[in-house]
Design a protein around this ligand. Structure first.
Ligand code: FE2
Length: 354
């Protein structure tokens, strides 16, 4: 969705909020609520799914709080928050990957939030240790494999893909991408820096091609015969498999998911998440929005919009993900991924995985 259409949507949400305000106020007056004049909440979001708009709309219906959304690239939003400083209009930052959320925290762009609701709805390892950000959807970094060339019995761990038998067969995007940096950060945390260096070097040696494109491009590459396995986020494969487009579905059918490291620490997972900005003018509304997004009602829609796993354990994943079966996920606290990001970047550079 372009930024232009997004602005229109935000305006539509605002109109709808105005239309619903009467009902909401009546309800709250009836229950003695003190939120009758609920106001607005301004969101900077890197996510761009139609379901997110539906969610904000539902939040407005429930609370009377208008949601204004600015969407842009994740790094752009962080840069913008930084340059706006105390004068920013943004109350909430929504972005992907703990590595990036941590970056926002490090730069002083977020503030801590004490919320029992968030503590109940979101498992501890999927939120920041200092309550600066909270995971809202969860994704696994899986091994996608070409069904006609790879048997699942040949697969086991991320580490195994660095072995010589996989030479010329591993397809993965550039190491300048935060998803790979967070995966490597998890390997540093579990196996130590030396083992992480060896792994990055091993994968760099086994690449089927010079990294290019995003995760979907890696899946399409192995479907076309360039490489046999791809390291990708789960939703990229699930989206192809659940696509309305026949060609996408055909590709999705050729490729199957494998959850690595089931015999030890579990598959690396990450989140998209949200935090309240350091200079939020509508702090209470910001907290209410994030609490709403973690609720079972919102989690169903929020996760399914992008074929992600809900963070709230009370909510089931989409039928496509459910068909993949359950898996053991790494429970490493995701704050660690951010803390080890710089070291991961250094290791990648030295390994020549560009
Ligand atoms: Fe992504």
């Amino acid at each position: 969705m372009t930024r232009y259409t997004r602005t229109i949507t935000a305006a539509a949400v605002a109109l709808l909020a105005a239309a619903c305000a009467g009902d909401t106020n009546e309800q709250e007056a009836a229950t003695g609520g003190a939120q009758a004049d609920a106001g607005v909440v301004n969101v900077y979001s890197h996510r761009h799914y139609d379901t997110d708009d539906q969610l904000f709309q539902r939040f407005t219906e429930r609370t009377g709080i208008k949601v204004n959304v600015v969407t842009a690239g994740a790094d752009e939003l962080i840069a913008r928050l930084e340059s706006e400083g105390a004068s920013t209009q943004a109350d909430v930052l929504i972005t992907v990957d703990a590595g990036r959320l941590h970056r926002a925290k490090e730069r002083g762009l977020l503030q801590p939030i004490a919320s029992e609701t968030l503590e109940q709805n979101i498992p501890e390892h999927l939120r920041d240790r200092d309550n600066m950000w909270f995971g809202l959807t969860r994704r696994a970094r899986i091994i996608a494999y070409a069904k006609d060339r790879v048997q699942p019995s040949q697969l086991s761990t991320y580490e195994a893909l660095a072995q010589p038998e996989w030479k010329g067969r591993v397809t993965v995007r550039s190491s300048d991408n935060v998803y790979n940096q967070s995966l490597l950060a998890s390997i540093i945390a579990h196996n130590g820096a030396d083992a992480a260096r060896e792994w990055a070097q091993g994968i760099a040696n086994n690449l089927s091609r010079q990294p290019s494109g995003g995760d979907t491009d890696q899946i399409k590459a192995i479907a076309a015969g360039t490489g046999d396995v791809a390291i990708v986020n789960s939703y990229y494969l699930a989206r192809l498999q659940a696509s309305d487009d026949a060609e996408n579905r055909r590709i999705g059918e050729m490729i199957a998911p494998f959850f690595p490291n089931q015999g030890d620490r579990g598959t690396h997972v990450n989140v998209s998440g949200a935090g309240v900005t350091a200079h939020a003018k509508n702090r209470d509304n910001a907290v209410r929005l994030i609490e709403f997004l973690s609720s079972p009602e919102a989690q169903e829609l929020f996760a399914q919009g992008n074929q992600e796993y809900p963070v709230n354990p009370a909510v089931q994943p989409s039928p496509t993900l459910a068909a993949w079966g359950e898996f053991r996920a790494d429970t490493l606290n995701l704050s660690t991924l951010g803390e080890l990001n710089a070291e991961a970047v250094r290791i990648f550079d030295a390994a020549g995985w560009r």
